[in-house]
Design a protein around this ligand. Structure first.
Ligand code: ADP
Ligand code: MG
Ligand code: MG
Length: 476
C-alpha cells in the first residue's frame, strides 16, 4: 500500500479560510450547473430553473490511493462483460431468483417480464450497459471490496465529471495555501463517455429518424445530472424525456418491432426511472415496461441486464465456481473475485447464527435500489430472529453481506450553503460502458468515476437519499 501521507490538516484551517473556499465552491456550482432542485420549492422537481440549490458536495477531494483506483478501473470492463454473459443465461437468472420471486413482489414482476421475453424467444442483438460498480476500501484488510453493481439508472454520470472539475478548480486557486496539487485529482469524463455510448447505440440501431427516449421519474430533483448527459447528446441526436405512464398512453410496437411513442420511432431507451417499486404506482407503468421490452429499441438496461444487477445475483456470483460458468480467463476471474466481500443467502444456518451473535459485522439487504433500504446493527439481529420464527419463505427476500469498514477521515461537507466538519467515510463508484451488436463489441470501457462521502455515523449511503455528498479523489 502507498504511504498515507498526512494531508488536509483540516484541524489547522481557520474558519475564515474555509468560508472563503465554500464561497468559491458555491459560486462554481452555480455557474457550472452542479445543482439540484431545492426541496423547499414544490415545482423544483418538474420545472427546470425553478428552485435551484447547489448539489451536496465535499469541499475538498478525499485522499484515495492510486493503486486501488487503478484496480477498480481495471476490473470495470471485466464486470461489463460479466453482466453481458449473465444476461444471456436466462436459466441462471430464473433459477437464482426463483426463491426470491416468492418472497418479493417487485422482483417477481420483473421476472414475469423476463419470462415473457423467453416465451416469445425475444433476442437483444444490440445491448447497451451503463453501469456503476461501487467499492469501499476496507481499512483492516486493506482490500478494495465491491459494495454492489448497478445496472439500471446509475446516478451522477453528469455530476461525476463536474465535482471533479470543481475540486480541480479550487485546488488551482487555493492549492498553494492547502499544500495540494490539482494534478493529483484524476480526470473524469463520465458525462461525455456515457453520452458517447448512448450516441453509438443510436448509430447501431441505424434509423436516422429514430430518437433517444430518456425515461424519467415524474418529479425528479436530480434532473440536472440527467440534463448534463442530454445536453451533450442533443447537439447531434434527437432526444426527449418521458415518464413511464406516458409511454403506456402514447406508445405502441409496430409489426416490425419498432417502438413508436408519440408518433416517433425510438432507437434507444435510457432508464433513469423504473428501478424501485415506487416507479410503478399502477399497472400502466408495468405495461409500459413490458411494451418497451417487446420492442426492438435498444434498452439501457434490458430486463435481463436489470436482473443481472440484483443483489441476489451478486451473491450467487460470489459462490465458489459460479464465475467459471461465465468467464474463461483465469486472471479475469481472479481479479473479480478479489473484490468480492463475504455474501450469503439466508438459508445458511451457520452464517445466520454468526450474524445474530455479531450483527454489527453484517449488512442485511433486500432486493432494492436507490439507498435507504438496508438493515444494520441490532436491527439485523431482530430481523433474523423474526424471520426464523416466521419460517422459510420470507428470508429469500434478503441477502447478508460482510460489513465493510473504510478509513474514517475529517472532511468538510457542504449542504444548503453551510459547511460542517465531520468524520466521514467514502465509497468509490466506477462507471462502465458496454455496447455490443451481436458478436461485435463496440464499447467496453471504464467511463469515469464518482466518489461519495458520508458521515461515518450514518449506515446508509446515497446522495439523493440525503445521506452522502458528491466527491472526487486525491491521489496520495
Ligand atoms: P443501493 O442499491 O440501495 O444503493 P447498496 O448495496 O449500495 O444499495 O447499499 C446502500 C449503502 O449502504 C451503500 O452506499 C453503503 O454506504 C452502505 N453499504 C452497503 N453495503 C455495505 C457493506 N457491505 N458494508 C458497509 N456499508 C455498506
Ligand atoms: Mg444500487
Ligand atoms: Mg448503492
Amino acid at each position: 500500500m502507498e504511504s498515507q501521507k498526512p494531508m488536509f490538516q483540516v484541524e489547522n484551517f481557520d474558519d475564515e479560510f474555509v468560508q472563503k473556499l465554500v464561497y468559491d465552491a458555491l459560486v462554481w456550482c452555480s455557474l457550472h450547473g452542479l445543482v439540484v432542485g431545492d426541496k423547499n420549492y414544490q415545482k423544483s422537481g418538474t420545472v427546470p430553473g425553478v428552485g435551484v440549490m447547489h448539489a451536496p458536495i465535499s469541499l475538498l477531494p478525499t485522499p484515495f490511493p492510486e493503486s486501488y483506483f487503478k484496480q477498480a478501473c481495471e476490473v470495470a470492463p471485466i464486470f461489463n462483460e460479466l453482466v453481458d454473459r449473465v444476461s444471456l443465461d436466462a436459466k441462471f437468472i430464473q433459477d437464482s431468483l426463483s426463491r426470491t420471486k416468492k418472497a418479493d413482489i417487485f422482483t417477481s414482476r420483473l421476472l414475469d417480464i423476463h419470462s415473457k421475453m423467453l416465451e416469445s424467444n425475444k433476442k437483444e442483438d444490440i445491448r447497451l450497459g451503463l453501469h456503476r460498480s461501487d467499492y469501499m476500501l476496507d481499512e483492516e484488510t486493506k482490500s478494495l471490496l465491491q459494495i454492489e453493481m448497478n445496472t439500471i439508472s446509475c446516478s451522477f454520470p453528469g455530476f461525476g465529471r463536474l465535482v471533479t472539475e470543481l475540486h480541480q478548480s479550487l485546488l488551482r486557486s487555493h492549492g498553494d495555501h492547502l499544500g495540494l496539487d490539482s494534478e493529483q485529482v484524476p480526470k473524469n469524463t463520465s458525462a461525455s463517455q456515457f453520452a458517447d455510448a448512448l450516441a453509438k447505440a443510436w448509430l447501431e440501431y441505424n434509423n436516422t429518424r429514430a430518437v433517444v427516449m430518456v425515461v424519467v421519474q415524474p418529479d425528479e430533483r436530480n434532473m440536472y445530472d440527467q440534463h448534463w448527459l442530454s445536453s451533450i447528446l442533443r447537439e447531434k441526436y434527437p432526444l426527449f424525456f418521458i415518464i413511464l405512464a406516458e409511454v403506456e398512453k402514447e406508445g405502441r410496437v409496430q409489426e416490425d418491432g419498432t417502438l413508436v411513442v408519440d408518433g416517433q420511432a425510438v432507437a434507444v431507451v435510457y432508464y433513469r426511472s423504473g428501478y424501485t417499486p415506487r416507479d410503478y404506482p399502477s399497472e400502466s407503468e408495468w405495461n409500459a415496461r413490458l411494451l418497451i421490452e417487446q420492442s426492438s429499441a435498444v434498452k439501457c438496461p434490458s430486463i435481463a441486464y436489470h436482473l443481472a444487477g440484483t443483489k441476489k445475483i451478486q451473491q450467487e456470483l460470489a459462490k465458489p465456481g459460479v464465475l467459471e460458468r461465465f468467464m474463461d480467463n483465469k486472471d479475469d476471474i481472479a481479479k473479480l473475485r478479489k473484490c468480492f466481500a463475504g455474501l450469503w443467502s439466508l438459508d445458511d444456518p451457520e452464517i445466520i447464527k454468526k450474524a445474530i451473535e455479531k450483527p454489527e459485522l453484517f449488512v442485511m439487504k433486500p432486493q432494492r435500489e436507490g439507498g435507504g433500504n438496508n438493515i444494520y446493527g441490532d436491527d439485523v439481529r431482530e430481523n433474523l430472529l423474526r424471520l426464523q420464527k416466521e419460517g422459510e419463505e420470507e428470508n429469500a427476500a434478503y441477502i447478508l453481506m460482510q460489513r465493510i469498514f473504510p478509513k474514517v477521515s475529517n472532511v468538510f461537507l457542504v449542504r444548503e450553503g453551510v459547511y460542517h466538519k465531520d468524520q466521514a467515510i467514502s465509497e468509490l463508484g466506477i462507471y462502465g460502458a458496454y455496447l455490443r451488436n451481436k458478436e461485435r463489441v463496440v464499447i467496453n470501457e471504464q467511463s469515469g468515476y464518482l466518489m461519495r462521502t458520508k458521515v461515518s455515523s450514518s449506515d446508509e449511503g446515497g446522495v439523493a437519499a440525503g445521506f452522502a455528498v458528491l466527491d472526487s479523489i486525491y491521489f496520495n
